[in-house]
Design a binder for this molecule. Structure first.
Ligand code: PEP
Length: 259
């Protein structure tokens, strides 16, 4: 069974005072919507406090990026071990803002994903095409390249512990959500690629989240699609009320059997 999964990426937003109001609200939401898995990716400065505040609450915390080395002379960087030390259980790999603004190429993303798994962090691998690539008809080639390069050296057991996120770059932070049909087409393509690379059981069990201007009022249409298992959400995760509204919508998702 693929359980619905809602993950909030706070990017470079929120200080301690903004984060603490989420704790009680999410405790209640997680009890009420117990069929939904919930994760937050706050700025790393909040991880330690939030991991204490969320003790006993079914919210998993993650980091937005990690370096690929375990330690060393990399001023300003944080290794998976540092992130795990302050309570991260997950990490985003290959978010398009990291690829585009910070020059993370496919090889770096693959190395970071491997390093994260070695430390026991669960990666969410983000893939997605730009507007230009979509217009040129390159969407599937881009998705295939990003997916294959990140996973080609991973074994089946490791791939079974990865979540994918399809995030078309043209939809992130723009208010332009992909239509459910467009998103489903990309998700089905990614699942077919997983099937070709790693077989049926991994392809059927892997959760593929959609990200790109998800809001409480458009999530249900996306989750009606058979290959969309949840959302990776930026802007609409920044307020407790709208984040909870997303969790509520996800709890209405039809169960996905993996058989
Ligand atoms: C994101 O940052 O992964 C994202 C999808 O952002 P937004 O929901 O704001 O488009």
């Amino acid at each position: 069974m693929r359980r619905p999964f809602v993950a909030g990426n706070w990017k470079m937003h929120h200080l301690t005072q903004d984060a603490l109001p989420f704790v009680d609200v999410l405790r209640e939401a997680c009890d009420r919507f117990s069929d939904v898995d919930v994760a937050l990716f706050p700025p790393v400065t909040l991880l330690s406090n939030l991991s204490r505040a969320f003790a006993g609450v079914r919210v998993r915390l993650g980091a937005q990026v990690c370096h690929q080395a375990r330690q060393g002379a990399y001023t300003g960087e944080l290794s998976p071990a540092h992130l795990s030390d302050v309570g991260a259980q997950l990490v985003l790999c290959g978010h398009s803002e990291r690829r585009q603004i910070f020059g993370e190429d496919d090889a770096i993303v693959a190395a970071r994903l491997a390093a994260a798994q070695e430390e026991g962090l669960e990666p969410i691998l983000c893939v997605g095409e730009t507007e230009d690539e979509r217009e040129k008809g390159e969407t599937e080639a881009v998705l295939k390249r990003q997916l294959t390069s990140a996973l080609k050296d991973r074994g089946s057991d490791q791939v079974s512990r990865i979540t994918l996120a399809y995030e078309p770059v043209w939809a992130i932070g723009t208010g332009k959500t992909a239509t459910p049909d467009i998103a489903q087409e990309a998700h089905a393509f990614l699942r077919a690629e997983l099937r070709a690379l790693f077989g049926d059981s991994i392809a059927d069990a892997c959760r593929i989240l959609y990200g790109g201007s998800v809001k409480p009022d458009n999530l249900a249409g996306l989750l009606d699609q058979p290959d969309i298992d949840g959302g990776l959400v930026g802007g609409a995760s920044l307020q407790p009320e709208s984040f909870v509204a997303l969790i509520r919508e996800a709890s209405r998702m039809r169960p996905r059997s993996v058989d």
